[in-house]
Design a protein around this ligand. Structure first.
Ligand code: PEP
Length: 252
């Protein structure tokens, strides 16, 4: 049985005070939540402050990106070891905004996944098709290519410990959500890919989040699909009430 996992991607929002207030609010609101993993992923400059705000709570800390090198002359970058030092357990890798705005490739994502795993972080690896790709009937091919490239070379044990986020690019921040059937089709396909590359046991162990305009009023239907194990939430994670509204839908 896979434990549901709801993570909030705060993107490049908040200031120090609002980040601490939001994190404290989520920590308080999820105090008695059991059976669901919850995490918040603030901008890296607020990781320290948010780590303090969620210390001792049910809320895990995640970063939104990292660099694959351990240390050295890489101005502006942050390593996996630095994220661990800040109290992170998770790191989002290959988010579509990084792929499409900042030009990250599957190979870049793969290097980061390897470095995150080597350091002991849990990567949340994002895959997802654009609208033209979906309309051209290429969704499953695109997902397979991203999976093969971004997750090349993982051992079975490493694969079983990662989180995949299926995030159709056309549904992120647009208010358009994939229907539960559209999302389930891709999630089931991802599980089939993993069964083929590894085995059924590993495929069944990996948690696959859905992301793309998840809100309290559409979360229950999405999360009730057999292969949807949680959500990566952008906009609706920026208010305690709406984030909690999604977390409670994962309780079953
Ligand atoms: C995201 O940023 O990963 C995301 C899914 O955003 P939103 O929920 O706002 O669509």
């Amino acid at each position: 049985m896979r434990r549901p996992f709801i993570a909030g991607n705060w993107k490049m929002t908040q200031n120090r005070a609002s980040a601490v207030a939001l994190a404290s609010g989520v920590a308080k609101a999820t105090k008695s939540v059991e059976g669901v993993d919850v995490a918040v992923c603030p901008p890296s400059c607020y990781l320290d402050a948010v780590a303090a705000a969620v210390a001792g709570s049910n809320v895990g800390l995640g970063a939104q990106n990292m660099y694959h090198q351990g240390d050295g002359a890489y101005t502006g970058e942050i390593s996996a070891a630095m994220l661990l030092d800040l109290g992170c357990r998770y790191v989002i890798l290959g988010h579509s905004e990084r792929r499409h705005i900042l030009g990250e490739t599957d190979q870049d994502v793969n290097q980061k996944v390897m470095a995150a795993l080597a350091a002991g972080l849990v990567p949340i690896v994002c895959v997802g098709e654009t609208l033209p790709e979906r309309e051209a009937g290429k969704t499953l091919d695109v997902i397979r290519t991203q999976f093969n490239g971004s997750l090349a070379g993982l051992t079975g044990e490493q694969m079983a410990g990662i989180v995949i986020a299926y995030e159709p690019v056309w549904a992120i921040g647009t208010g358009k959500t994939a229907t539960p059937e559209q999302a389930e089709e891709v999630h089931a396909d991802l599980r089939g890919i993993m069964a083929g590359c590894y085995n059924r046991e590993i495929a069944e162990a990996v948690r696959i989040q859905y992301g793309g305009s998840v809100k309290p009023d559409n979360a229950a239907e999405l999360l009730s699909q057999p292969n949807i194990d949680g959500a990566l939430v952008g906009g609706a994670s920026l208010k305690v009430d709406s984030f909690l509204g999604i977390v409670t839908k994962a309780l079953g």
